[in-house]
Design a protein around this ligand. Structure first.
Ligand SMILES: *[C@@H]1O[C@H](CO)[C@@H](O)[C@H](O)[C@H]1NC(C)=O
Ligand SMILES: *[C@@H]1O[C@H](CO)[C@@H](O)[C@H](O)[C@H]1NC(C)=O
Length: 386
């Protein structure tokens, strides 16, 4: 008996050694993006309504607690960190509150913020209609007319990079230039952004200035993203994971705009065009900047595969959100008065925009170790050991 225990302990310590050797390959992850990877930054934005730190979000998170993740449980940032053998990078805004927590900058930081887009304007407007709906549903009418102001409170990608430059300067101050550079060059930079820009553009009934045509709009996204990725590189990043955007036209909020309940094909078309642009930016950067390495995921293809062949992956419900109210549970977001399903593992969508924990887990399995059909030129596992 005791011998068995001894063997078990040996085995466990071998496993731990193994895990720590992977984590040395990637000392830290720095995460930029939107609600797909927000792990709680928006909790610190007092006036933001792009929040998820209330039930029923987090119902499957350890301790069943809402954390600010737009998910029933963990999100892609958590699963990616688990694969890398490192803790989930904490929200930047949780670290700046106390000066001594700046030590933690070395262990990875998440700048991701629900509602953020490639363009600063995206973070301003996209939830407008939803917010009126939330306010009506909760009986909070006080905010009529101030909703616009509240919605400015996502951390735009531009601002996320400003925050990263603060982190970079602090690392240089703590470690010296050379050690900080080495650390950042080994770290993984994950960027998950762009869905909100496309969703905002195709949102029905948007008021505001007249829109450019979709081609011009997508071109402006691509140009802006290119500049932003270059800034991250200039601050010391060398290993990039960039997620293409999903088929946003298939999320429940977009299906509700189609009379037959199909996907919004126009939104999907322009999602694809944005993705083509992002791929060519990355190829271009790699040929110009020889020490840059990247992994790009065809998130669109990964999601479509799940939607088209759900039973192959253990899913059943591809249209309706699990948590919400109204048609497809997509007329009201996941807020405390919404209902939510018991069979979360069966659903592709947790709420009107976001995937379930089960989908995020599947997604990360694919980007980490999947074939070049879905993640290229290398997968994340290859990227971090390069
Ligand atoms: C919210 O309530 C206002 C007035 O009570 C109404 O005009 C508006 O259409 C409602 N909005 C939504 C999204 O339900
Ligand atoms: C609505 O869905 C159908 C499939 O059910 C699709 O053929 C059609 O193009 C969609 N319409 C729009 C406007 O996206």
């Amino acid at each position: 008996m005791s011998q068995h225990l001894y063997l078990l302990c040996c085995f466990l310590s071998f496993s731990l050694l193994f895990i720590s050797s992977i984590s040395q390959a990637v000392p830290a992850a720095y995460v930029f993006g939107d609600s797909l990877v927000d792990v709680g930054n928006n909790n610190y934005l007092l006036l933001s309504l792009a929040k998820a730190n209330f039930p029923h979000n987090g119902v499957d998170f350890p301790g069943s607690k809402p954390t600010g993740r737009f998910s029933n449980g963990k999100n892609a940032a958590d699963f990616l960190a688990m694969k890398l053998g490192i803790p989930t990078s904490p929200p930047y805004l949780s670290l700046v509150a106390a000066v001594n927590k700046r030590e933690a900058f070395l262990k990875g930081v998440s700048f991701a913020s629900g509602g953020a887009g490639i363009l600063d304007e995206t973070s301003v407007g996209f939830l407008e209609g939803t917010v009126t709906g939330i306010l009506n549903a909760t009986g909070l009418e006080i905010l009529d007319g101030t909703a616009d102001e509240l919605l400015r409170r996502s951390i735009t990608l531009h601002q996320q990079i400003e925050y990263f430059s603060i982190v970079q300067r602090e690392l240089v101050r703590q470690q010296g230039t050379k050690a900080a550079q080495t650390h950042l060059s080994k770290s993984l930079f994950a960027i998950v952004i762009g869905s909100n820009d496309i969703l905002g553009y195709f949102k029905s009934g948007t008021t505001g200035p007249p829109k450019s045509n979709p081609q011009q709009f997508v071109d402006s996204l691509i140009l802006t993203l290119k500049v932003q990725l270059k800034k991250i590189y200039d601050l010391g990043a060398r290993k990039f994971f960039v997620a293409g955007i999903t088929a946003v036209g298939c999320c429940p909020s977009q299906r509700n705009q189609n009379k037959t309940g199909g996907c919004n094909e126009e939104a999907n078309h322009w999602s694809g065009r944005l993705n083509e642009g992002v791929k060519s930016i990355l190829q271009g950067m790699q040929s110009e900047l020889l020490d840059l390495k990247y992994s790009y995921s065809d998130t669109y293809g990964i999601l479509l595969q799940l939607i088209q062949k759900p039973s192959n992956y253990g899913f059943v419900e591809v249209k309706s959100a699990c948590c919400g109210l109204g048609k497809n549970n997509a007329e009201v977001p996941c807020i405390p008065i919404s209902k939510y399903c018991s069979n979360r593992r069966d659903h592709i969508f947790w709420d009107l925009y976001h995937p379930t924990e089960a989908v995020s887990s599947k997604f990360v399995d694919t980007i980490f170790d999947g074939p070049t059909q879905y993640v290229f030129p290398v997968n994340v596992k290859q990227l971090v050991t390069m």
